[in-house]
Design a protein. Sequence first.
Length: 284
Amino acid sequence: MLTQDILSTFKRKADLVNYLEKNKADNPTFQSALDKYAYEQELLPLQAELVDFQRWVQKENKKIAIIFEGRDASGKGGTIKRFIEHLNPRARRVVALNKPTEIEKRQWYFNRYIKELPDAGEIVFFDRSWYNRAVVEPVMGFCTKEQYNRFIIQVPEFENMLFESDTKIIKFWFSVSKEEQQRRFEKRLRNPLKKWKFSPVDEKGQELWDDFTVYKNQMFSRTHNSFSPWVVIKSNDKKRARLESIKYVLSLFDYDNKGSNCKALLPDPNIVQRYFRNTVQLDQ
C-alpha cells in the first residue's frame, strides 16, 4: 500500500519508480503505472523529434499527407493525437470528414479530398480518407458497385499525380484483432465520455468482419505500389502502435537535427510492416 507517509520519503521521481519496481509483484496497479511511465519516457523524445521534423517541412516547403486507415477502434485517433500533441497548429491539420453532402455526392469522388491536401510546408493527418470507398462504403452499402470499381481503378492514378507534384503520401493501416476490437467497443460503451465514438457502423463491425476483410485485402492488392505503399501497424497494443508509427514516419526523412532528441528511430519490424501478400495481419 502506497501511503502518504511513504510518499513523503521520496525526494525524486526515481525514488518513486524504484519503490514501484520493488513492490510491483504485490500490486498489479504498480506494474500498470510503470508501463505508462516507460511509455511516456519513450514518447516525449519522439514528439520532440516530430517538432524538428515539422520545422524542416516548413523550411523546405514539403507537402506531407499521412493517412490513417483501419477498422473501427483500431487506434487511429489516439495515434493522431500523439503525433500532433506538440506540433505547431499553424503548419499541421487533422482532416476527419463527415458523410458527403448532396452536392458532394454529385461531384467527382476525390473533389472534397483535393481541397484538404497539404499546402507547401504543411503536414495533414487524414483520420480516414478517400479509402472510405475502398472498404467501409462497399461493405455498408454506401456506394454502388460501379462507383467502387471506378474508384479502385482511379485511385492509383490519383496518387501518382500527387506523387509527381511532390506530395508525399504515407498510408497506414491499423490492424486490430476481432477480440480486441470487441473489448474496445465494450469499454467505449461503459465510458460516458467515449460513448459518442460508438456509431452504427461500429455496431456492424463485428457482424460484417469477414466482408471488411475481403475488401481490405482487395484494397491492398490493387492500391499498394512503390510510390505510396501500404504500411500495416499491428495495433492490439495501442501504445506500442503509437510509438512505432511515429518512428516509421521519422525514419523516412533526413530532416535537420535528426536523432538529436531520440537515437532509436527505426521502427520495430514486428509491429510495422510494409504490405505484401503474406504479411501477417491481426484482422484477417
